[in-house]
Design a protein around this ligand. Structure first.
Ligand code: ADP
Ligand code: ZN
Ligand code: ZN
Length: 654
């Protein structure tokens, strides 16, 4: 009998590699089934050296070798890299590659037709043409990063479609990443118009069969183009020739559960492994990306003109500090006038407020009690339409009480505006207008979105009241007025990116006004009109925003001028949570290039019944924060009832 081979094998579960024995030599990437505990589980032969010090008698044998193409080397390299960067177990990252039942064969697999790069052609404006040429020249020439930076409607999508076409002609595969909410039929239809067929689409609403068929189609190389949400990054491409990350600034690229990774950043690594170009597209690039473009690390492609000669809206700030007489209204008289004008001209308006529900807080006027979630440090948000109040952190829901739970008086009042309240005000002010409200509660699937676009297009809506309607690539040709109810809303709070997000969000919202050939107007209601962000928005002065923001972050050594990691401790026993956090802080590395902030109770100190503490670690840019954190986490004991989460490059600070 042959001598047994000792191999390293990785199981898609939060574990490291384990050694197994095989009768034959198996190449790295081979899919196998191995005994694990009492079960047999799927695993992949990994590129790690087996541990020869373990006696052979202690090692189990591989049960089955699966007959199918191996996991590509690039996928293995990528898993290794992501696990190292995020300081996560290798198997947790492999789990994002494999998913349940991914190797099961479908009886009738979906067939994806090949996109035709020559299906249509456009003639480009000079600026667009220059960008197209730069991009297409680079296809097939190895790794490089492009920032495709252009105002909404300037043709970014059309431009990167040309790079897609060139990649297809070179017989290579393309991955287009989009934030989940913009992955709409409209985008797929647009793709179809350009390339003759719909692309394979990877998102959270797929059936298990669709998931398997696409995954296997990519592994076998029969699928050329995937348009997908962030998890598509882990698909087993063999022959990737281009990655596009559209709306690269979007915060939803950061995965906030399981393995904490930023798909935009990891996409750059993936492109590097594939040695192919990557295009980051945005109308409002993130500060990180912008700085990389400034320093010349990324190529900067600029599109400054809107196609079809449309202009940016006129922007006006409404100073909300000037109080009017009478009852409080959230729609100012000025905005009301502008709405009336718009309706008169038979044009459409959007009222934007980034807050779901009717009011963010219910308060007792008699005793001052505020209705709070019993499981979180958060107020209960009034959802008057649905008749309940709800915690936006844990989902705790209760009917709205008639009486104050503390003093029993019937004097409960709603505090502050939510989208339902603005809707109510708009209906009262314009009783004959068609007012429609959209929130993530009502606009929660692709069909609802398509219906909304149809209604807008057919003039069935006069005033749209909404929380987030920022899907790109949608043109509302008759929408000429945007009113931002509470422009300051995002500016408060200790979030590193509060200013940046507010700028990006409001800039995009205002960009909804005045496409096509109609002049648009935007009104920003603000209580701090002299704030730098509000001013930069008003003057459409992105440079002013970037300059101030870069200066601040440089001064504070915040990303991208320094590195950050967060550690979040949580558990049911508050004292134990605090103690564990303090123990970690007590063994902090003594190094002048590292600053430890905290531990402190998290801003949301209680979430889903668990107490939370945070530590923030800030280092110089050149410090290997992963090594430090990985070592540090071994220096103290974590009781089994406490969860410790490490977040490298955190985006959420609650
Ligand atoms: P962005 O992605 O920057 O928002 P799009 O690529 O969606 O811009 O372009 C906006 C609109 O203008 C789309 O309907 C697009 O088809 C159209 N468009 C852009 N450039 C051209 C062009 N050169 N020829 C014809 N239509 C164009
Ligand atoms: Zn009371
Ligand atoms: Zn709650």
């Amino acid at each position: 009998m042959n001598k047994m081979q000792q191999l390293s094998v990785l199981i898609p579960a939060p574990l490291p590699c384990y050694d197994y024995l095989s009768e034959t030599v198996l190449p790295v990437g081979t899919f196998v089934e191995v005994p694990f505990g009492r079960k047999e589980v799927l695993a992949v032969v990994w590129d790690k050296k087996p541990d020869k010090t373990i006696p052979e008698s202690k090692i189990k044998k591989i049960k089955t070798v699966l007959e199918m193409p191996s996991l590509p080397k690039q996928s293995i390299q990528f898993v290794n890299w992501v696990a190292g960067y995020t300081v996560s177990p290798l198997g947790s990252v492999l789990k994002m590659v494999l998913g349940p039942d991914i190797l099961k064969k479908s009886k009738k697999p979906i067939v994806f037709e090949h996109p035709n790069p020559d299906y249509t052609t456009l003639s480009f404006l000079p600026e667009q043409k220059a960008a197209v040429e730069t991009l297409t020249k680079q296809i097939g020439l190895g790794f490089s990063v492009f920032l495709l930076d252009g105002i909404t409607g300037s043709g970014k999508t059309e431009v990167y479609f040309e790079a897609v076409a060139r990649t297809l002609k070179k017989q290579k595969a393309v991955l287009i990443l989009l934030p989940e909410i913009t992955l709409t039929t409209a985008f797929l239809t647009r793709f179809e118009k350009r390339f003759g067929v719909k692309p394979a689409c990877w998102h959270s609403e797929m059936t298990p069969k669709q998931r398997r068929d696409i995954w296997q189609g990519i592994l076998s190389g029969s699928i050329q183009v995937v348009v997908g949400a962030r998890s598509a990054l882990f698909l087993p491409f063999q022959n990737l020739g281009l990655i596009v990350v559209d709306e690269e600034h979007d915060a939803s690229y950061k995965q906030e559960e399981g393995v904490l990774y930023n798909a935009r950043d990891m996409a750059i690594v993936r492109a590097h492994i594939a040695q192919c170009p990557i295009i980051l597209a945005s109308a409002t690039p993130s500060l990180e990306t912008y700085c990389n473009a400034l320093s010349g690390k990324y190529h900067h492609l600029h599109l400054t003109k809107r196609f079809a000669e449309a202009t940016l809206p006129d922007i006006e700030i409404v100073d909300m500090r000037q109080k009017e007489k009478g009852t409080v209204k959230f729609i100012s008289p000025k905005l009301k006038c502008a709405l009336a004008d718009t309706l008169e001209k038979k044009e459409q308006a959007l009222l934007f407020i980034n807050r779901r529900g009717y009011a963010p807080l219910i308060l007792c006027r008699e005793c001052g009690a505020r209705l709070k979630c019993p499981h979180c440090s958060a107020w209960l948000v009034e959802h008057r339409r649905a008749g309940y109040m709800c915690c936006h952190h844990c989902g705790y829901t209760k009917p709205i009480p008639k009486k104050c739970p503390v003093c029993q008086s019937e004097n409960l009042i709603s505090c502050g505006p939510g989208v339902e309240r603005i809707y109510e005000e708009a209906v009262l002010a314009f009783p004959t207008a068609h007012v429609k409200m959209v929130t993530s509660d009502t606009l929660n699937n692709r069909t609802a979105f398509t219906t909304l676009l149809d209604e807008l297009e057919n003039g069935l809506i006069d005033i749209l009241v909404g929380t987030q309607l920022l899907a790109k690539g949608h043109h509302f040709p008759n929408l000429t007025l945007v009113g931002v109810i509470d422009a300051d809303q995002g500016l408060a709070g200790g979030d590193l990116r509060a200013s940046e997000r507010t700028f990006q969000l409001l800039h995009q919202v205002m960009g909804r006004a005045g496409r096509a050939n109609k002049k648009g107007h935007a009104l920003l209601q603000s209580y701090q009109p002299e704030n730098m962000i509000i001013q930069a928005l008003k003057n459409n002065n992105r440079m002013a925003f970037f300059e101030t923001e870069i200066e601040t972050r440089q001064l504070l050594k915040m990303p991208p001028f320094g590195r950050l990691a967060a550690v979040i401790f949580s558990g049911k026993n508050e004292l134990l949570v605090a103690k564990t956090a303090q123990q970690m802080a007590a063994v902090a590395p003594r190094d002048t290039s590292i600053t430890v902030l905290g531990p402190t109770p998290a801003p949301i100190a209680q979430l889903r019944g668990k107490y939370r503490y945070r530590l923030l670690i800030q280092t110089e840019k050149n410090v290997n924060i992963q090594n430090i954190m990985a070592h540090w986490l071994t220096l103290f004991k974590v009781p089994s009832s406490i969860t410790v989460r490490l977040d490298i490059d955190p985006y959420s600070f609650f």
